[in-house]
Design a protein around this ligand. Structure first.
Ligand SMILES: [Zn+2]
Length: 416
């Protein structure tokens, strides 16, 4: 999934609380609010975030950079204010998929994007809007709907229960091409005038608008609620011989080469909403052939190649530097992370759990070209253990029954 964050607003409502910062960087519980939004998108399966910036654009670009956890980050800068509609239209022009999720940079609404994505695909409308049921709509006005579609807006003043716009949308890439103006308001021009059919997706999830000073104060005391908790499936991938050619103790960037179509398959894994986590034995460190920094640099290079070509990066690289016969004392040990031991996978599970993402091992994959790769998956509890392109004939015996004969990593996409 690709996402657009609207972060170009002037932040006038908040100016009394936060000086010299664009509103999305206002600190909540000691961290910029924008980080909570990026964490939210990440937990919900987004692989690429496009941040629409305008007011104090450099501050936002400097604070976030080009990668955030397992997401590529790009920027779409407005040279003059384009309004929400103009900003969305411009950012949609950078998207590579059929639709993108769009969120406001000053609200947090913990909608399950996997569910909303299904509703968008089924709904048959170019726009799907997340809507929250409020007990009292006196201050906000409410949405009029019929058969799950938007039919109108009721102004402020009415009392009682009603749905409000939660500020999260799925919008088809070409949906706004019918508007020729560069500058327009998405709310007024598209939603209020119902220029396009809008599907309503109701969600009771936690909602907060930090643009309102009282709500900003509440966000600070409720920061634990600003963490999206999701269960995710993962693909644990071996590196050498699976993702790239195994040249033996590979560590030089110039020696790195993806196996045919392995990078495409990697991108497909991410775009289907799986976490893609690389799990690799690096005994070359124990043998003093290269250093952990060399492995880190190589992984940084792999990410930059994937990001450039496919707008994806890995969700993590975990490697075992140990060996029982290591040259270096510090790495000479029988550890629980060298495959076939499951330590690296279990470490990843534990790290993700700490940030609210529960890896669903029961529905996850381990992929490799060696018996030890598959055993690591089996020992950790991944359900599907896929052998590809192996030079070990007996390894197929332990692969998950119907996935044992995939010849080449690029075929993996067919079974996900
Ligand atoms: Zn180890």
């Amino acid at each position: 999934m690709e996402a657009i964050i609207l972060a170009g607003g002037m932040g006038t409502r908040l100016r009394t609380c936060v000086e010299d910062l664009p509103k999305p960087l206002a600190p909540v519980g000691g961290r910029p609010f924008l980080e909570y939004l990026l964490d939210y998108l990440y937990a919900n399966g987004v692989h690429r975030a496009i941040i629409s910036t305008g007011y104090m654009a450099e501050k936002i670009e400097d604070a976030v950079g080009r990668r955030y956890r397992g997401m590529c980050v790009d920027y779409c800068r407005e040279d003059m204010p384009l309004g929400t509609g103009g900003a969305i239209k411009k950012a949609l022009g950078m998207c590579k998929e059929d639709y993108a999720v769009v969120i406001n940079g000053d609200t947090f609404y913990d909608v399950d994007l996997f569910e909303m994505q299904k509703a968008h695909e089924k709904g048959g409308c170019p726009v799907t809007m997340a809507a929250k049921l409020l007990k009292n709509v006196e201050r906000s006005g409410y949405l009029e709907t019929a058969n799950g579609r938007l039919t109108g807006f009721c102004e402020k003043g009415a009392t009682g229960e009603g749905l409000i716009n939660g500020g999260i949308y799925f919008i088809d890439k070409n949906a706004l091409d019918c508007i020729n103006d560069e500058k327009f308001s998405f709310e007024k021009r598209v939603l209020e005038m119902i220029l396009l059919p809008v599907n309503i997706f109701e969600s009771e999830a936690y909602f907060i608008d930090i643009g309102i000073p009282e709500e900003f104060a509440r966000a600070n005391s409720e920061k634990d609620l600003l963490i999206s908790k999701r269960k995710r499936r993962a693909v644990f991938l071996d590196r050498d011989g699976t993702l790239n050619k195994d040249t033996g103790h590979l560590y030089r960037i110039e020696d790195f080469e993806f196996l045919p179509d392995a990078d495409k398959a990697f991108a497909a894994i991410k775009k289907k909403g799986y976490l893609a986590i690389v799990i690799t034995n690096q005994a070359g460190i124990a043998k003093n052939l290269y250093k952990p920094e060399d492995a880190d640099a190589l992984h940084g290079y792999i990410d930059s190649a994937l990001c450039k070509e496919h707008s994806v990066i890995a969700d993590g690289y975990y490697y075992c530097p140990h060996h029982p016969e290591a040259v270096l004392d510090e790495y000479r040990t029988v550890c629980n992370c060298r495959k076939p031991e499951p330590g690296l996978i279990l470490q990843a599970v534990s790290d993700f759990a700490a940030s609210g993402i529960e890896i669903d091992l029961q529905n996850s994959f381990t992929v490799g070209n060696r018996r030890s790769d598959l055993l690591a998956g089996i020992n950790a509890g991944t359900k599907y253990n896929v052998l590809i392109g192996s030079d070990e004939p007996d390894a197929a015996e332990i692969a998950s029954a119907h996935y044992e004969s995939l010849f080449g990593f690029s075929n993996l996409e067919q079974v996900l």
